[in-house]
Design a protein around this ligand. Structure first.
Ligand SMILES: *Cc1c(COP(=O)(O)O)cnc(C)c1O
Length: 357
């Protein structure tokens, strides 16, 4: 029996995708071998790679003047790749920080570039407003984390950068709601939340930003070199790329990103509604800044946390503990979390409140 897995990442997969991958694992489309075993230069794999990119472009409405790269190294690899690709030595970049991942991104960037903290929300329970952002106008780029996975906070607007390229970490919200790609210079995401398995990193870069890399940028993270080589400068994460392709077919079957967004709003909406209606559970985020993907909440007494987690686990509701840095609970309800999983969670939360409130 499968459990409902609320892990923040690697995260739950659509069951239909797992079934199809299992069916094809040894013999893909009668080629007599599995995708994992294929040369990345074979025409079979090139077809998979190209179709996956085309589907991503379609569901995200990615304009023609953007390249899509399929890399390795995770979002964390990009924390360093971003300053290396976008700035000369001695430059400066703006970071707007409203959560743990933004903070990490800025810290890593500091090795390569001067970091101007252009906006900061501490404690991390709100998003700095446009008026509270102080950009350095010489900045090579402005970095935001569109959805802060640990704090359960998402940007409710796209900052106006006055023409400075905007870079967005969309690791935990890509494909969950429409994004206007044209407002960004770069979008990047580790795959393991909403796209596919760990090991694949998707980077979407506007053409005019491909030739700004420093000479000492490692070639595997050099967006320009990579895009020239079709993300195949060396062996790409082929199996993860293929699985991302299956996930994208599934996304299309759900009405695309727009269709999933409706479902996601309903799923998150009922969970937040219940939390708000209860005196037992709490989430203090502003309503329009609450994440659709990572719903954080606390119990009235942290001493109850363990009992809650044990009870949830016995009911097939797994991985609900908040990130170790913030405590409390976190239900990650990515695209692949069925609505029934959210319903089961709410049912359990009600029972737990009744017995312990
Ligand atoms: C998970 C996550 C990361 C880290 O991703 P890795 O692929 O493990 O490097 C970075 N940013 C955000 C917003 C995340 O959710």
């Amino acid at each position: 029996m499968r459990v409902y897995n609320f892990s923040a990442g690697p995260a739950t997969f659509p069951e239909e995708v797992l079934d199809q991958a299992a069916k094809e694992i040894k013999n893909y489309k009668n080629h007599g071998l599995g995708v994992m075993e294929m040369s990345h230069r074979s025409s079979e794999f090139i077809d998979i790679a190209e179709e996956t990119e085309a589907d991503l472009r379609e569901v995200m409405n990615i304009p023609k003047n953007y390249k899509v790269l399929f890399l390795q190294g995770g979002a964390t690899g990009q924390f360093a790749a971003i300053p290396m690709n976008l700035s000369k030595e001695g430059g400066v970049a703006d970071y707007i920080i409203n959560g743990s991942w933004g903070k990490k991104a800025a810290k890593e960037a500091e090795k390569y570039i001067g970091v101007n903290i252009a906006g900061k929300a501490e404690p991390f329970n709100f998003i700095p407003s446009q008026d509270d952002i102080n950009l350095d106008e010489n900045a090579a780029y402005v970095h935001i984390t569109n959805n802060e996975t640990i704090e359960g906070l998402k940007f409710d607007y796209i900052p106006d950068t006055g023409g400075i390229p905007l870079v967005g970490d969309v690791s935990s919200m890509i494909l969950s709601e429409p994004i206007d790609v044209s407002k960004f210079g770069v979008l990047y995401a580790g795959a393991q939340k909403n796209i596919g398995p760990a090991g694949l990193t998707v980077v979407i870069v506007r053409d005019d930003l491909l030739d700004k890399a420093r000479g000492n940028t490692p070639m595997i993270w050099h967006w320009g070199d990579k895009s020239i080589a079709g993300s195949m400068l060396n062996t790409p994460p082929t199996y993860s790329w293929y699985l991302a392709g299956l996930v994208l077919k599934w996304v299309k079957s759900k009405g695309g990103v727009e269709g999933l967004c409706e479902i996601n709003k309903r799923k998150a909406g009922k969970l937040y509604d219940y939390i708000d209606s209860s005196d037992f559970y709490q989430n203090d985020r502003q309503k329009d800044q609450r994440s659709l993907m990572n719903v954080v909440f606390t119990l009235p007494d942290p001493d109850l946390d363990k009992k809650f987690l044990t009870g949830a686990s016995e009911n097939g509701l797994k991985t609900l503990e908040g990130h170790r840095s913030v405590g409390g609970m976190r239900a990650s309800i990515y695209n692949a979390m069925p609505e029934e999983g959210v319903d089961s969670l709410i049912k359990f939360m009600k029972e737990f409140e009744r017995d312990n409130g």
